[in-house]
Design a protein around this ligand. Structure first.
Ligand code: GUN
Length: 330
């Protein structure tokens, strides 16, 4: 696009030089353009997750030299396309860093008893250090019953009641991967939640509740004042506007708008929503719970979707699996 300097047309591609004075109308135009630009720093989950995975890969080499190969069983029941993608990514990451992956793809009609029998078998298998049952499971299966059946020492997803109880108590435990990923991103980018007001939008068992428990702990990397908002929260904007750190995990595309946040907020977007997009070959694209274009003009820092929290979830799963293997000592 051509640029104008002092009313003259400047050929496209030429850079502006210091000391050039712009016509006032051009200054105004520039100001307008500046206003439209993202000012927030991008919190790059892809980059951080790659760094973590490369650290883990080295650690696994050391463990293998001691005769320990971390092993993760990933169980998928049914053919949910979203779950299939998640599971494929988890298994691929295992292969990339040297974790032994045990794949169980069961048909959607699998009786609950059969799944419970498989869990019992995996609990007893010394080669399996971590077990993950991809959520959601088909409706005829009681998901909580399945999670309760896991050996808590192999609960690398952090979904077992023992893990959740320990998290709330502030004891060492497997922390659910997405909450752990949110915390890791904040810390690696220098946004320590200590003393900050963290507002979480969403109260799910997988993200909202555990991330609240994690960040409110009297512990390094936590010590936040935490507010959890949800569908029944009155005057939500009034609460979200007080957030120093906002964690959006509500599962509604572009839900958090610029007017709902204060200037300088740090935003972690956990949302993973597929929305129609005619410009894409697939006809759709992924988007978060945060209106990125608007909010990124007010925020100090923000995670993109994709490339933010998503890759961190897998990295933390691998970290938990390596921890489980080390602790088992075999
Ligand atoms: N479904 C969506 N996220 C997750 C996750 O982190 N773990 C499992 N097991 N299922 C999920």
């Amino acid at each position: 696009m051509p640029e104008y300097i002092s009313g003259e047309l400047k050929p496209a591609g030429l850079r502006c030089l210091a000391g050039i004075h712009y016509h006032p109308s051009i200054q105004a135009m520039k100001g307008l353009l500046m206003m439209k630009k993202r000012t927030a720093k991008l919190i790059d989950g892809k980059k951080v997750s790659e760094a973590i995975l490369s650290e883990l890969k080295q650690e696994i080499e050391g463990l293998k030299a001691q005769g320990i190969t971390p092993g993760l069983a990933v169980v998928l029941v049914g053919e949910d396309p979203g779950s299939q993608i998640y599971v494929r990514n988890k298994r691929r990451t295992c292969a990339e860093i040297g974790v032994a992956s045990f794949a169980y793809d069961l048909p959607k009609e699998t009786p609950e008893k059969k799944l419970l029998d498989l869990i019992a078998k995996l609990n007893a298998d010394p080669k399996v250090h971590g077990i993950l049952v991809q959520s959601p499971v088909p409706k005829h299966i009681d998901e909580q019953k399945v999670l309760n059946a896991l050996d808590p020492r192999k609960d690398v997803d952090g979904f077992h009641p023992v893990s959740k109880g320990k998290l709330l108590n502030g004891e060492e435990c497997f922390v659910a991967c997405t909450p752990a990923g949110c915390q890791e991103l904040l810390l690696r980018y220098g946004y320590d939640p200590a003393g900050k007001h963290v507002v979480i939008v969403g109260r799910s068992n997988i993200v909202g509740k555990p991330v609240a428990a994690l960040l409110m702990q009297k512990a390094k990397g936590a010590n936040a004042t935490v507010t959890v908002c949800h569908s029944r929260t009155k005057n939500l904007s009034a609460v979200t506007q007080t957030a120093d750190i906002l964690i959006a995990a509500i599962g509604v595309a572009n839900f958090i708008k610029a007017r709902m946040v204060k200037k300088g907020v740090v935003v972690i977007d956990v949302g993973m929503n597929r929305i129609p997009d005619a410009t894409k070959k697939s006809g759709s694209r992924l988007c978060g719970d945060v209106d990125f274009a608007g909010v990124s003009k007010k925020a100090k820092a923000i995670t993109p979707v994709p490339g933010g929290v998503g890759p961190m979830t897998i990295a933390m799963l691998m970290k938990n699996t390596v921890f489980a293997a080390k602790r088992s000592g075999k």
